[in-house]
Design a protein around this ligand. Sequence first.
Ligand SMILES: [Cu+2]
Length: 195
Amino acid sequence: MRRQNRIPAAAAALAGALALGATVAAVNAETVHEVQVGPGFSFSPAQITVDLGDTVRWVWAGGEHNVVSGAGGDPDGNFDSGLPVDDPGLTFEVTFDQPFLDDNPMPDNVYPYYCEPHVLFGMVGDVTVEVPDTTPCPEDLTGSGLVNVFDLLTLLDQWGTCADPGDCPADLTGDGLVNVFDLLALLGAWGACPD
Ligand SMILES: [Cu+2]
């Protein structure tokens, strides 16, 4: 009888670990990344990668500059600090959270920007937002919240060589084939998903 207690204990430990992970993730989500604006005709660092939910804070360091999203001097309307100003210590912030990304979708979540007066001097930068894979259950091919016989049928329907990996959600192992390994992955996730 005592052995039956092991599973709840393990589950409690796992739940604790997950809660801790969630806390760490929440803390990480609040990271602020500073980018220096000038002096001279540069942003520093010009290229940064941030996590979803992070904030980029541009800090003016000298010279008359602004921060305008877009490439090659063409504003795309994602963000804009306003007219160029020479105001050391001034800050402009953008939080790259999911609502921002939804409102301002960009290929690969890369947000280029430039300084209007100095774009021709190469005063440009970009922010790349890393978005976690939010699909909790890739095995739930039908999106029903369950991994069941319908997902199995979907997988069998895609069985074989996968010409375009983007077209083969059933290629769970990502090896370019829908085969027995994908079948095993699906069976391993059988049931409610996420559970
Ligand atoms: Cu400038």
